[in-house]
Each structure stands twice: as C-alpha cells, then as structure tokens.
Write a protein that binds this ligand. Sequence first.
Ligand code: NZQ
Ligand code: ZN
Length: 392
Amino acid sequence: MNGFQYYTPTKVVFGKDTEHQAGALVREFGGTKVLVHYGKGSVKRSGLLDRVFQSLDDAEIPWVELGGAVPNPHLSLVHEGIDLCRREGVDFILAVGGGSAIDSAKAIGYGVRYDGEVWDFYEKTAVAKESVPVGVILTLAATGSEMSNSSVITNEEGWLKRGYSSDLGRPKFAIMNPELTYTLPEYQTMSGCVDIMMHTMERYFSHEMNTELTDHLAEGLLKTVIHQAKILQKDPQNYEARSEVFWAGSLSHNGLTGCGRAGDWACHQLEHELGGMFDVTHGAGLAAVWGSWARYVYRDDVSRFAKFAVNVMDIPYDYADSEKTALEGIEALECFFRSIHMPTSISELGVELTEEQIQELAYKCSHMDKRTIGGIKKLDRTDMEHIYRMAR
Ligand code: NZQ
Ligand code: ZN
C-alpha cells in the first residue's frame, strides 16, 4: 500500500427535506452574505431555489444570486461571479445543482481572493492560497464535486477544459436530499452512474498489489451502482436506489476508494478534451472512450483487469487464460453501459471525428505535447491518437 493523505472535511447532511437547513449551515460555517450559484434553471423549475432562499431568509442571511452555469461550465461566467462577489461583499458561496454549478462556484471562490487571472490555477501557473468557502445543495449524483477537491472549467478561448485541485475547494457542507434527483432525465442519471463508476475505476486500475480493503470498497461501490442503476432505469423515483447512488457518488471521488493506490485518470483526461471541444455530457463521454482505453492498455496489467472481471462483473475466472477473463470483463462492462443506453463509441455521442480533430484532441490532451497521461500504461500523444481512433 502506498502512503497517502485522506482529508474529507465536508459535513454531509443527507436525507429528505434537508435543503431547509441551508441557512443554518451557512451560519454554522461563518457566512454572512451569500452568493447562490446555480445552472440553467432546473432548480428554479423544481421549486428548490425558492426553498433555499426561504431558508436563508429564515436565518437572516442576505444573499445575491447568479444562475447560468452550463454543463462544462464556462470561464466567462466565473469572471462574472467574481465581480459580483466583490461588489456585494460576499463571504460564502452556495452552489445549488450538479457538478457544473459546484465547479463554477469553486472557481469563483478562488478568483475572489486572488489578484491575478483565475485561469492561472487551471493552467497550473499559480497555486490558490485562499478561497471563499463553498457549500453545496446537490441535485445530481455524478461528479462527487460535493466532497472533492476538484473544479473543472472550460475556457471558451480555445475551448480548453482544465481541472484544478486544491483542498481549499472542498465544500464545507453538502446537503443531499435524494428526492431532489427525481426530476433528472434518464440520460443524466445514467451518465452520472458512469461518472461515479469511473471515479472508482480510475483509482482501481493501477499497479499496486496490496490494497485489500481499498479494493473491496471500490468493488462494492461499483457493484452497488450497477445494481441500483438497473433499478432506476425502471423506477426513477425509487428513494432507496436514488439514495444508494447519491452516496456512492460522494464516496467515489472523496478519496476513499483510492487510499494507497496511485490511480490512472487517463479516461478522464481523454474525455475532458471531448467535453471542451464538443460539449458532450461528461459521463457519457467517459463511457464512449473507456472500452477503447481498456483494450489498449489491459496487457500492461492483465491480472488487474481479470480481478475486475471476476469481482465486479461476475465473470468466472479462466485459470488457463487470464487474458480471456480480462477481455470478458471489458466486454461485460461495455454491455452494461449499452443496457443503460450509454454510448460505447464517440460517434454515438453525435460526434463524427475527422482525422484532423483526432490529432487536435491528442495535441490538446497532451498539453501541446508536453505531458503523458495514465498510470497503468503511460500514454503519450501518439497513444492518445490511437485511443481516440479506436473509440471513434
Ligand atoms: O443547468 P440545469 O438547468 O440545472 O440542468 C442540469 C444540466 O442540464 C441538469 N440537472 C441537474 N440536476 C437536475 C437536472 N435536471 C433535472 N433535475 C435535476 N435534479 O443536468 C444537466 C447536467 O448538469 P451538470 O451539473 O453539468 O452535470 P454533472 O453533475 O455531471 O457535472 C458535469 C461537470 O462536472 C465536471 C465535468 O467534467 C463537467 O464539467 N466534473 C467535475 C468533477 C469534480 N469537480 O470533482 C469531477 C468529474 O470527473 C468531472 O470532470
Ligand atoms: Zn468524472
């Protein structure tokens, strides 16, 4: 087991009607003036936003609002949020929505307390020293941003999608009422399930051998999501299934399923370029590239892929041919993705990649040929091109 740090300062408040505690929680964490930040309107249509404003009013906390965070959230809105917070003397940001609203809120939080350009953090030319604290009311089980240290923003100039990770960005609290996810379209629910699984698998697929507990946690989480996604497909208002997936989402990306392991993260990097250039839904983009990535790299650790096949996908172990077991596991997961109507190729995302676009994606993903990605197998720009081509 590798050495590790495990830091999860987020207070999770889970269950029905918990959004009514928003005002009290902001107060508990020292907020005296709040920016309520949200997406394109689902939280208005559902009536959630009115309940949040009421809760802040009840706690006598003044607030201002900024909606408009789009999926693959844009830097320009982050700039708008920074200006608004400075003008209004905001000292706490409450994100209401999915990963995009949360990531945008985190970026605003970094930017308010920084004299330079907030994109510096995402370009890794600066490190955040301070941030306005963020709290979350989550409406989508997917990114784990409600407990994670990450924020992913798209710069419309060049359509570059970049992540920044800092413990300063970890939300102070996450209000999680599973009922708030009832209104999700099936595509978002299932993309979320894929994203949750991928956060776990990105940590699972690396070469470390002796992480028995971490592996069991990861395998249990993956089996839970597979099981509950099938239930949600037939019964989207099943409270227990929504609850399991909601909690899995948070645990998949707060570090727990990666303790002692190095992680891989290549699929996320490959997907981020697709998201930046073609605005695809993150989880669906991950499903579209995973199988091609897996077939490209599995020979670098056949036993790990075979373990995944047996312990997660219930494939019988072939003692004479572990490679066959590994490949059956990859096929089985792709079958599951198809069964929940997730794509297993980029064309199914509605994107017909040209050869030039493949080269551009790989060029950007390799940070203009300056980095490799991946852990189980190091991938350079040429490898990335191969995988995009296979996934096409
Ligand atoms: O904008 P609104 O109107 O709210 O609609 C959203 C949006 O259209 C809708 N939605 C959310 N909750 C809903 C709902 N519709 C009905 N009922 C509800 N309860 O769903 C759509 C997608 O929302 P979004 O927030 O974009 O989805 P998600 O949570 O998947 O976030 C995706 C973003 O997070 C990044 C992704 O790359 C992407 O930019 N990620 C962030 C991570 C992190 N911070 O740790 C890690 C991830 O790997 C990921 O990269
Ligand atoms: Zn993700």
